[in-house]
Design a protein around this ligand. Structure first.
Ligand SMILES: *Cc1c(COP(=O)(O)O)cnc(C)c1O
Length: 380
């Protein structure tokens, strides 16, 4: 069944002829939620499922988290919230992004919680008159969205006094909660709590993303909820976090070898002739490229795993294919055959963090960057 709000065909198995697949380990996702809850103590978890659950397939994520009793979800945009409603989610959904004024009716239509992160939208909500539940965002150091500390108390008071507005919480977002040095994050907590105290009325608060959940108890204890995303998918946003947490990778991204050929010494591979064989080489062509969301930065830098061994990506990553060097014709790569599975990340032999490093990016960006061509398939 396709649904009109889906940006991608829901999981219905793999279309015949599909080589590239993201295999989603639902049990790992379940275990990661358990680990997140351990860090959260008794504080409820809002599962962040924005960006198609960081590329893992929001239908999988919602199923697992609902089975495990999660009753709050966080998304980035109104269409992502509408998609959750189409999937049958009836519990609160907070849209993190600042709405444009003309989007306000959609919050009522889909029953979404609204972020108020500026005076202009606050005024629009007050004028609008439609019943709405709001989470008021305060700027404490990220400098992306939020009411200035000086203007927040007055705006909160006016919203709280409006009969059509339910103020659900006050919140903020960290710029560096996953760092080794937590001074900036602690300063954000101080600024935030100062505003909370100024308002006085015991408004619920929330601020912990994955980094804060692990590293900053003051962002967790006594708060209304925590808002982790990455950890649920087995992803850490920084090295310090990667070292501390015990979460399991959820996505295994694979494709297949579709062609094997010999390249003579001195011959080049792929567009721009950026790689030349320094010896007779056996080269495998793999059916995945940047149109699947693979980083083009892997050109001549990334590696893949085939039959448990690593091989370098050689030449430029193309739109639909890439090539890997299997070594000399008589070398260890000779066992590799057409049809073999090629692992890009996930599983035990190649982490998303490692694969991200080869592309000068972070682990979240790899699954989140996969395109609609890649089916997300629940592991069986
Ligand atoms: C994405 C996001 C989160 C989750 O961040 P993680 O690092 O994935 O835990 C929490 N809050 C807001 C506002 C976000 O945009």
């Amino acid at each position: 069944m396709s649904d009109p709000l889906s940006m991608r065909q829901p999981d219905s198995g793999t279309a015949p002829g599909t080589s590239t697949r993201a295999i989603i380990d639902l049990e790992a996702m379940r275990a990661n939620l358990g680990e997140v809850r351990r860090y959260a103590g008794g504080v409820p978890v809002m599962a962040v499922v924005k960006a198609d659950a960081y590329g893992h397939g929001v239908e999988h994520a919602v199923r697992v988290f609902q089975e495990e009793g999660v009753t709050m979800f966080g998304v980035a945009t109104v269409p992502e919230g509408a998609r959750l409603r189409a999937l049958g989610v009836e519990t609160p959904v907070l849209v993190f992004g600042q709405p444009l004024v003309e989007y306000l009716p959609l919050y009522e239509k889909y029953g979404l919680d609204l972020t108020v992160a500026g005076e202009e939208i606050a005024e629009a909500v007050l004028r609008d008159g439609r019943p709405v539940r709001v989470h008021i965002k305060v700027e404490t150091g990220m400098h992306r969205l939020g009411l200035a500390i000086s203007e927040a108390p007055a705006v909160v008071a006016r919203l709280m006094a409006a009969p059509h507005v339910e103020v659900a919480a006050l919140w903020t977002h960290f710029a560096a909660s996953d760092a080794a040095d937590l001074r900036y994050a602690r300063q954000q907590i101080e600024r935030f709590d100062e505003v909370v105290r100024a308002i006085g009325a015991g408004v619920p608060t929330h601020l912990a993303n994955s980094g804060a959940l692990v590293q900053l108890p003051a962002a967790v204890e006594g708060r209304a909820l925590v808002r982790p995303g990455g950890l649920l998918y087995g992803l850490a946003s920084s090295d310090p976090l990667e070292r501390q947490v015990r979460v399991r990778p959820v996505m295994r991204l694979v494709s297949r070898v579709v062609h094997i050929h010999h390249v003579a010494s001195g011959e080049s591979v792929s567009y721009g002739c950026t790689w030349r064989a320094s010896r007779p080489s056996r080269v495998a062509t793999v059916a995945a490229g940047y149109a699947d969301g693979l980083p083009r930065q892997w050109s001549n830098r990334g590696h893949v795993s085939i039959r448990g061994r690593r091989y370098p990506i050689v030449g430029r990553v193309c739109m639909d294919m890439l090539m890997v060097d299997l070594g000399t014709p008589a070398g260890t790569g000779q066992a590799v055959a057409t049809g073999d599975e090629v692992v890009f990340f996930g599983g035990s032999d190649l982490s998303a963090a490692q694969a991200a490093e080869w592309a000068d990016t972070m682990a979240y960006a790899l699954p989140a960057g996969l395109t609609n061509r890649v089916p997300r398939i629940a592991a069986t």
